[in-house]
Design a protein around this ligand. Structure first.
Ligand code: BV8
Length: 245
C-alpha cells in the first residue's frame, strides 16, 4: 500500500507528483518508445545493447535497402521477428492497460512495432511506426503471412517483394496514427513520455505539441530533457509499478 511504498528507497516524491497529476488530469496521453519493451528482453535501438550499435540503420531500415539490398533487409527483419519470439508484455504494459480501463489514460501513441500495448489489453493504441506482425507486398500492397515473408517468397499476385508493415526511414507515418496521436496530445493536460530517446522525427515533436504537463520517464536522462515538467530516471516497469496504486 501507499504507506509501505513510501518507505522504499527508490520511491521518491516524484512518483507522488506523477500519481497526483494522473488522478487530476482529464485527458492523458502516453508516448512510448523502445525503452518500454527492454524489460521484456527486446533490445532498443540506440542504447549500448541496441540494434543500431551493431548495424547502421541507413543500410537496413530504409526504402533503399528494401529495393536495392533485399537480402540484408530480409536478414535484419527476420532477426527482429525472431527476437520477439517468446517475449511477452511486462508488468509496466499491464499497468498502462489497467490505467486505460480505469479511465486514467485516454490513448497510447507508440513508436514500437512489437504490438505489446495491444497484447497487454490497451485498446486506444496508435502505432506510429507500424507493426512488425503484419506483412504486405511492396509492389501491390496485398497482405501476406509471416511465414511467406520469412521464407522469402514473392507475392503470389504480382511477384513483388514482401515486407513487414513497419515505417522505414524516409517513409511517411500512417496518416490516421499520426493525426489521432496529434489530436490526443493537443487536448491532453498530461503527456507521459516513456522509454524513448526522442531522436526520430516526427514522433520526437509530439511532446512539445501539448499545452499540458509533460513527464519524461527514462532509464538514462541527460540535459536535452530539461524542458519536461517532471523527469523520472528509472526503468519503465519499475517506475510504473511505484506510481500505480
Ligand atoms: C518522415 C524502422 C517524412 C522500423 C524506424 C536525414 C536524412 C533522411 C531522413 C531524415 C534526416 N533527418 C531527419 C530525417 C527524418 C527521419 C529521422 O528522424 N531521422 C533521424 C534519425 C535523424 N524520419 C523519418 O524518415 C520518418 N519519416 O520523416 O517522413 C519524410 C519523407 C521523406 C523524406 C524525408 C522525410 C520515419 C521514421 C521511421 C523510422 N523507423 N525504424 C523498425 O525497424 O522498427 S526508427 C526506430 O527509432 C524505431 O522504429 C523506433 O521506434 C524509433 C524511435 O526510437 P526509440 O523508440 O526512441 O528508441 P531508442 O533506442 O532511440 O531509445 C530508447 C530509450 O529508452 C533510450 O533513451 C534508453 O535510455 C531508454 N530505455 C531503455 N530501456 C529502458 C529505457 N527507459 C526506461 N525503461 C527502460 N527499461
Amino acid at each position: 500500500n501507499k504507506w509501505s511504498k513510501l518507505c522504499l528507497p527508490e520511491y521518491s516524491p516524484k512518483m507522488v507528483t506523477l500519481s497526483t497529476w494522473l488522478q487530476n488530469s482529464t485527458h492523458t496521453t502516453v508516448l512510448t518508445g523502445a525503452g518500454m519493451s527492454t524489460e521484456s528482453n527486446i533490445p532498443d535501438f540506440r542504447s549500448k545493447e541496441g540494434w543500431w550499435n551493431n548495424i547502421d540503420p541507413r543500410t537496413v531500415a530504409t526504402t533503399d535497402a528494401l529495393r536495392n539490398n533485399y537480402d540484408l533487409f530480409h536478414e535484419f527483419y527476420s532477426m527482429r521477428i525472431d527476437a520477439l519470439k517468446g517475449c511477452t508484455p511486462h508488468k509496466g504494459h499491464e499497468i498502462l492497460a489497467a490505467w486505460e480501463y480505469k479511465g486514467l489514460i485516454q490513448a497510447i501513441a507508440t513508436q514500437n512495432v512489437d504490438g505489446f500495448h495491444y497484447a497487454a489489453g490497451n485498446k486506444n493504441v496508435y502505432e506510429l511506426h507500424g507493426s512488425i506482425q503484419k506483412f504486405h507486398c511492396e509492389n501491390c500492397a496485398k497482405s501476406a503471412k509471416e511465414d511467406e515473408f520469412l521464407s522469402k517468397s514473392n507475392c503470389k499476385f504480382c511477384g513483388g517483394k514482401l515486407r513487414p508493415g513497419v515505417v522505414l526511414f524516409g517513409e511517411m507515418l500512417p496518416e490516421e496514427s499520426w493525426t489521432e496521436s496529434l489530436s490526443h496530445i493537443r487536448k491532453s493536460d498530461l503527456v507521459i513520455v516513456i522509454g524513448t530517446s526522442l531522436e526520430v522525427y516526427p514522433a520526437s515533436q509530439l511532446p512539445q505539441m501539448t499545452s499540458g504537463k509533460t513527464v519524461y520517464i527514462n532509464a538514462e536522462v541527460d540535459a536535452s530533457h530539461h524542458n519536461f515538467d517532471l523527469i523520472i530516471e528509472g526503468k519503465a516497469g519499475e517506475v510504473l509499478k511505484l506510481v500505480d496504486e
